[in-house]
Design a protein around this ligand. Structure first.
Ligand SMILES: [Zn+2]
Ligand SMILES: [Zn+2]
Length: 339
């Protein structure tokens, strides 16, 4: 019997026909990377292949790497495999990777979000025989409201803080979430300031032509305390640190899919939590899976056991795939920010 299109090794997801790995977590010779988040794009591979839009951020985060780029939809022959990258709608440049060997098609989703936003290339469903899907938010309790409603909530919180003369500090992961939040806020309310890690990523994405409102990095000269009603976008790791003491009185909020869970909201001791996620919610996951037409499913990230069990009850050939990808915790809460 021929090798399966992909096999699962201790280094990561491997394609025997093309002799490459996808988002491997140990050093390999050839790594195809879905997107620049730290649990997917790791340091130490001999060569990398990623989309043109994902590349600048990867270079910034990983330094001098041997990185080749590919356009969305472009088909490349790697050994005995035909490979193409397709939008995953997770963050700008994020891709699903389609691999075809001898007429059999497998797709690795990476992280994905089915609801379109103003910055990421919209998610594109790909027909396949086997689909390797993340399921970070694979429980029915996760159901995102329309983006415009969450935007209105964030803007109302900011405007009321501004009216009280206090600074609004919104914790958002520096790659993806911070820019998404920037695409939602109304710059008419007041000045927008950023933490250095966020500003560095903003600069890279602006250079690529993404429409972001004007932002200023917090500094001695740009102190929120001396401004009227500022909003500060900072990575979660900076919240509650001495860096924030210079701001004077502030209201702290956090933007994450996890804010849908009351317990998480309480534990993080935030004044407010906004449910903004870069991942598919329950309905999004099910719709995406259905649209692939895949019979064989492998699930990664998050509620894998429960999600796989549910898929089996629906008649799918579903398996849990043990990976070293982070949960959204790695993406958004605990990851070390670049200096
Ligand atoms: Zn991610
Ligand atoms: Zn991930």
């Amino acid at each position: 019997m021929a090798d399966p299109v992909l096999t699962f090794t201790e280094r990561g997801i491997y394609c025997p026909a093309g002799d490459f790995f996808i988002d491997p977590w140990r050093p390999v010779d050839k790594a195809l990377i879905t997107h620049g988040h730290a649990d997917h794009a790791r340091w130490g591979h001999k060569s990398y292949l990623a989309t043109e839009t994902a590349a600048p951020v990867m270079r910034y985060r990983l330094g001098d790497i041997a990185l080749d780029t590919i356009r969305f939809g472009e088909v490349r022959q790697i050994g005995g495999a035909s490979v193409s990258f397709h939008p995953a709608g997770h963050i700008p440049g994020s891709a699903q990777i389609r691999i075809e060997v001898g007429g059999e098609v497998w797709v690795v989703s990476g992280d994905y979000k089915t609801e379109p936003d103003k910055l990421s290339e919209p998610f594109e469903p790909i027909r396949c025989h086997a689909f390797i899907s993340e399921c970070t938010f694979g429980l029915p309790v996760f159901k995102w409201r329309p983006e415009a409603e969450v935007a209105a909530e964030i803007n109302a919180w900011w405007a009321s803080n501004a009216a009280e003369g206090i600074t609004s500090v919104l914790g958002s992961y520096s790659l993806g979430k911070a820019q998404r939040v920037l695409s939602l806020v109304d710059p008419e309310i007041g000045p927008i300031l950023t933490h250095g890690a966020v500003e560095a990523t903003n600069a890279i994405l602006r250079e690529q032509g993404l429409p972001l409102p004007a932002t200023t990095q917090v500094s001695a000269d740009a102190n929120p305390k001396n401004m009227t009603g500022p909003l500060v976008i900072a990575p979660p790791s900076a919240l509650g640190t001495p860096w924030m003491r210079r701001f004077g009185p502030s209201s702290q909020a956090f933007a994450s899919g996890w804010m849908a869970l009351r317990g998480v909201r309480r534990r993080r001791a935030m004044d407010r939590g906004f449910v903004v996620s870069d991942h598919a919610d329950w309905d999004g996951l099910l719709a995406a899976i259905k649209e692939t037409g895949a019979e064989k499913l492998f699930v990664t990230h998050g509620y894998t056991d429960i999600f796989a069990r549910w898929l089996k009850s629906e008649g799918y050939d579903a398996h849990v795939l043990k990976t070293e990808f982070g949960s959204e915790d790695a993406d958004e809460v605990t990851e070390e920010e670049p200096a």
